[in-house]
Design a protein around this ligand. Structure first.
Ligand code: 0GY
Length: 289
């Protein structure tokens, strides 16, 4: 792994917050193990191994029922580790793949059978090389026919330029980490309001209220992220998802305790009704419906 890589927390606490029965961790990854599933030559980072069995151990420890495993950029468009994890978990996992323009119909069918239900379009420059938008448009048309959706990752500063493209896509879109707001700027800042307006205008756009550990400037217990996530959940209760982001790639400031990330949930979703939608009903509708 990279010399400055911070591995995931070795012994997360038991959460104080009891997750509702059927909770889905809708954003997590597997890395390798590299000896079995080598990382992609095009990767921008080399992580520690983070295996499917370690993910499933965390799932059970936290009181989570199901996972949505998202292809990490260190595996490029080689989805074998992801599909292997989904196959092992059976009905307890779904996956989001990364595919190139030459993916065959047979590959897509095999992915669907393994539990893949979407693709990820990544615009974060430190993670991936540029993909022309025509390539993404073509992939979107093909996967729409399978009933899949698209997970989109970008930085807040890039949203304005991406809006026409995002609004042209034919499927449900799920935007990672609330579009990564700068939490020092305030809820009224045009960047965050642009994101809120995008969701308000487009009923097919969902978001993950994930990664307080990535968005925070203050650090744990992530007080500075609470207003952003709470606002999104209150405004769009039927189009939000929660996840751990285990094993937390590219964290530089600190490694979060996954149990503390569970304890963050009632601070952003304060009622049982909101928690049930965020943790169970919304992800079940999108991934298991
Ligand atoms: C995340 C965030 C990051 C990385 C990846 O696929 C990835 O490499 O998603 C990041 O570095 O911000 O969602 O896990």
């Amino acid at each position: 792994m990279d010399a400055n890589w911070i591995p995931f927390h070795p012994a997360p606490k038991k959460p104080n917050f009891t997750l509702p029965k059927g909770t889905v961790d809708a954003h997590c990854h597997v890395f390798g193990p590299a000896a079995e599933f080598p990382f992609a030559p095009t990767r921008k980072y080399t992580p520690c191994d983070a295996s499917k069995n370690q993910l499933f151990t965390l799932r059970d420890h936290l009181g989570v029922s199901r996972n949505v495993i998202v292809q990490a950029t260190c595996h490029g468009t080689d989805n074998r580790a992801l599909m292997d994890a989904c196959r092992t978990a059976g009905d307890l996992a779904r996956g989001i793949a990364s595919v190139g323009p030459n993916v065959s119909d047979e590959d897509l069918t095999e992915m669907h059978q393994a539990g893949i239900r979407g693709v990820r379009f990544n615009f974060v420059k430190r993670l991936v090389d540029d993909t022309p938008q025509e390539v993404f448009t073509h992939i979107a048309e093909r996967i729409a026919k399978l009933g899949w959706h698209i997970v989109v990752y970008f930085e807040a500063a890039d949203l304005e330029a991406l809006i026409p493209f995002l609004e042209s896509l034919p499927t449900v879109l799920v935007i990672d980490h609330m579009g990564r707001p700068d939490v020092t700027k305030g809820l009224d800042h045009p960047d965050f309001q642009r994101f809120v307006s995008l969701m308000a205008r487009n009923k097919n756009i969902w978001t993950k209220v994930t990664c307080p550990e990535r968005l925070t400037v203050a650090g744990p217990p992530y007080n500075d992220v609470v207003p952003y996530a709470a606002h999104i959940i209150e405004r769009f209760p039927d189009r939000v998802l929660w996840g751990t982001d285990w094993p937390h790639p590219n964290m530089k400031s600190h490694m979060p305790d996954d149990g503390a990330l569970v304890d963050f949930i009632p601070r952003i979703a304060p009622t049982a009704t909101l928690q049930q939608k965020l943790l169970v009903d919304n992800p079940m509708r999108l991934y298991w419906g």
